[in-house]
Design a protein around this ligand. Structure first.
Ligand code: HEC
Length: 328
């Protein structure tokens, strides 16, 4: 009897070991197979299709031709399918979807499916990041997209992941992504415990850009001539071919954040900085800024109400959320 039960124990033990190693080897095997997959590496495409699709995107964004987006997206998607490893195509395609949802108030009807644009933007930002891993701007854009997705899908985990993606992006490229993080978070309620961060990140970006802390009471965005550059990280502090009214758009968003925080006086002074931009006269959204300056006290007061539908529109929810900086 003793001999038999020892034999049975042995069999059982052997079977357990066999089963365990089978499970382990299947999982281990899958891990090795997946992780040894070849990396997707960048291949720039100079095909006619790709060249035309890129130019088409920029003509539309710089011309504020939102209604061209379906055709622009079609052209970029065709180019992507032809060469899914071109980083610029993937990046512009992500932006085409992001622009579509960001300036949705331009559309005659508000369809629920507009939110799906964010899913597409997320996917193409992921592709762009794999193809151009050293482009530190992408995490700032993707973090904003994911923050919106987390809130739409009521996915608290995704919201937290997105927040840390934005925060990491802001550390890696603060001149650009302190703004990106603030802008993406600017739709939250003014009494949210995170709202002060929306304002703080704007100050951080401005301080870094002018090379000295900007006065909190008399904020004047006066560039240190040494910092005026079209290259390096500080290039994003000024107007450029890519963003011809960057300064104007930045101070529109900055003033909005400070107004929403309850400080009308400082908001007005921040808005005034947009007028110091050398290209202000040609800015298509001057009227919006000047109306904000006139109504700043009333607008600031309106954010105190509990009905968020009554809150004044801020740049992030406006028909110039992208074109505010890029059109012109
Ligand atoms: C406050 C101004 C501002 C706003 C608002 C803004 N951008 Fe930009 N955008 C910039 C700046 C600055 C750059 C960086 C240019 C650089 O890297 O030199 C940029 C870069 C880009 C690029 C260039 C990518 C590349 O190929 O280099 C695209 C595309 C773009 N933005 C699209 C958008 C879209 C879509 C929105 C709306 C969701 C938007 N932007 C909102 C200022 C802005």
């Amino acid at each position: 009897v003793v001999a038999r039960s020892r034999f049975e124990k042995l069999v059982r033990a052997a079977c357990t070991v066999a089963l365990l190693s089978m499970v382990l080897s299947t999982a281990g095997c899958a891990w090795v197979v997946i992780h040894s997959a070849p990396e997707k590496t960048a291949v720039a495409s100079n095909s006619r299709l790709a060249t035309r699709a890129k130019a088409y995107f920029w003509d539309a964004l710089h011309g504020a031709l939102y209604e061209e987006l379906p055709a622009v997206t079609e052209a970029l998607t065709e180019a992507y399918l032809e060469q899914p490893a071109d980083p610029e195509i993937a990046l512009l395609l992500a932006h085409a979807h992001l622009w579509k949802v960001s300036e949705r108030s331009r559309l005659a009807t508000q369809d629920a499916t507009i939110t799906d644009e964010l899913i597409l933007a997320d996917r193409y930002f992921s592709e762009a990041m794999r193809l151009r891993p050293d482009d530190r701007r992408i995490a700032g854009w993707q973090g904003g997209v994911r923050l919106a997705l987390g809130s739409i899908h009521n996915d608290e985990r995704l919201i937290r992941e997105a927040y840390y993606e934005l925060d990491g992006a802001a550390r890696a490229f603060p001149e650009f992504n302190q703004f990106s993080a603030s802008f993406a978070m600017s739709a939250i309620a003014p009494d949210d415990p995170r709202f002060p961060e929306v304002v703080q990140r704007m100050w951080n970006a401005a301080d870094l850009c002018i090379g000295t802390p900007m006065s909190r009471t008399e904020p004047v965005y006066r560039p240190d001539p040494k910092k005026l550059t079209t290259t390096g990280d500080a290039r994003v502090c000024w107007n450029s071919e890519i963003a011809p009214h960057n300064i104007e758009g930045f101070f529109l968003a900055f003033g909005d954040a400070v107004s929403k925080s309850g400080d009308a006086q400082t908001a007005r002074k921040l808005y005034e900085n947009a007028k110091r931009s050398p290209s202000y006269a040609a800015w298509p959204f001057k009227g919006e800024l000047e109306r904000r300056i006139e109504e700043v006290a009333k607008r600031t007061e309106a954010y105190r109400g509990t009905d968020r539908l009554q809150w004044p529109q801020t740049m992030i929810n406006s028909p110039y959320a992208c074109t505010g900086c890029h059109a012109g």
